[in-house]
Design a protein around this ligand. Structure first.
Ligand code: SF4
Length: 454
């Protein structure tokens, strides 16, 4: 039996697709080269923006017509809709797109039964579709490692309780569930045995991680978890994992204790993705972000004081209902104060069911686009200035692979999440090395003297 996945959206979806991929492989299924030839196609969908849903619905329509042709030719195609849009639209996808199984964000543990039903169907045995309303107890998968990769996401929690007024995530992923530290350690050691060198602790809001006790642990918060991970990966224990990142952090919940643990342990990369969303206190309040621009700036300067050289990336949302030109100026001003290495920038689009969806003061589309282009232009300036200032530095990197642009060059990543291309032997891929940043091509460094440090 063969399978084919299409994964949309955030790193959480990427991690979950890797876990489902492992379930298929453990059952002896093989990856098909494309959806047209597969026995089962799964779309892991995203709902964060209307455009993301439109794209997934377009793909489902395409597979629905392929399914009709395949059924007529006696080669059935099993179609599965998973992820946030599947959670939001549920059984309606079965009527509209002949989807066989709808697997919401909390029912991934049903997947083996979906594969079993497909196997029975292939043997000509009857197999009832799963009830789209069925919602088993949520459970984390044991591994989220993509086959052959040396970097792995490790989900530490699921869901979000923050209810930022523009965000659909709490409605489609549900309340926060923190994963047992035991499970997180087990997965960390499991992927280490498979040659992983860098892990990213994953959650919609990792700073609100809270294990209430059990599994050999009393209550553990996020700094506590970082301390446990740092202990587990202590260099004296010779784990191959040398770099730890986390995603996504939330400024409103980022504690001084987290900064202290990071500063004490070099294993935590000197780069943080810290979504600010906006620079105006009035808009931050309307977004229900639960921090002010002053608190955000003080957090950043505190982290930089304790970890000099720390770089930041962020998310910026413009065009929120009620936003004025002055509000946008405050965002540009905040960007000038922090100077982010890079940012994900987008303009507001209403999501049905969120608190902001019916707020008055909608900003006109052309005004939203104009404001977004100003934010992008400023960020571009900061990114190239910050990268330019790094030329000449000798840097430790994780060698990721062969450059797509030049087969004689290897692409590497610094702990600050910068990319560099340098001549080197493929045997260095998946290992730590050092190089000298010698120039810039776009946002990728030209580099030389790539030498292994292992
Ligand atoms: S923290 Fe806010 S923006 Fe992030 S997932 Fe939760 S509700 Fe959405």
């Amino acid at each position: 039996m063969t399978y084919f996945f299409e994964t949309y959206g955030c790193q959480m979806n990427t991690a979950e697709s890797a876990a489902l991929d492992l379930v298929c492989r453990e059952r002896g299924w093989e990856k098909a080269p494309d959806g047209e030839s597969a026995d089962l196609v799964l779309l892991n969908t995203c709902s964060v923006r209307g455009t993301a849903e439109q794209r997934a619905l377009g793909r489902l329509a395409l597979y629905a017509s392929l399914k009709k042709k395949r059924n007529a030719a006696g080669r059935p195609l099993v179609l599965v809709a998973a992820g946030c849009m599947a959670q939001r639209l549920g059984g309606s996808l079965m009527e509209r797109f002949s989807v066989d199984h709808v697997m919401g964000t909390r029912s991934r543990s049903l997947f083996p039964r979906i594969l079993e039903a497909a196997e029975r169907g292939a043997r000509g045995e009857a197999a009832a579709p799963l009830d789209p309303g069925e919602e088993p107890v949520f459970s984390f998968s044991s591994s989220h490692l993509e086959e052959g990769s040396f970097r792995s996401f490790i989900p530490i929690m699921h869901g979000c309780n923050n209810f930022c007024s523009y965000c659909i995530v709490p409605y489609v992923r549900g309340p926060e569930i923190s994963r047992s530290p035991r499970d997180i350690i087990n997965e960390t050691n499991l992927v280490a045995e498979k040659g992983v060198r860098e892990i990213t602790l994953l959650g919609q809001n990792v700073n609100s991680y809270r294990w209430k006790g059990g599994d050999g642990f009393s209550s553990v918060d996020f700094p506590g978890l970082l301390r446990i991970i740092a202990g587990e990966l202590d260099p004296r224990r010779r784990s191959p994992i040398r770099w730890v990142r986390f995603l996504s952090a939330n400024p409103g919940d980022f504690s001084p204790e987290t900064t202290r643990i990071m500063a004490e342990n070099g294993i935590f990369c000197r780069h943080i993705h810290l979504p600010v969303q906006h620079g105006s206190n009035r808009i931050l309040k309307a977004m229900n972000r639960r921090y002010t621009r002053e608190q955000y700036l003080s957090l950043v300067s505190g982290i930089r004081r304790d970890m000099p050289g720390m770089t930041f990336s962020t998310d910026i949302l413009v065009g929120f209902p009620g936003e004025t030109g002055d509000d946008l100026e405050e965002t540009l001003d905040l960007m000038n104060e922090v100077r982010f290495l890079y940012a994900y920038m987008y303009h507001y689009n209403p999501r049905e069911g969120t608190a902001a969806c019916n707020l008055p003061g909608r900003v006109a589309e052309d005004v939203k686009r104009e404001r977004l282009s100003r934010v992008i232009a400023l960020q571009k300036k900061h990114t190239s200035c910050l990268l330019e200032s790094r030329i000449g530095f000798r840097e430790r990197v994780l060698v990721e692979g062969i450059s797509r642009k030049n087969a004689d060059e290897l692409i590497s990543r610094t702990e600050r999440d910068e990319m560099a291309a340098a001549p080197g032997k493929a045997s260095l891929i998946g290992t730590f090395a050092e190089l000298t940043l010698s120039g810039l091509a776009g946002n990728t460094f030209r580099a030389r003297d790539l030498v292994s440090v292992e």
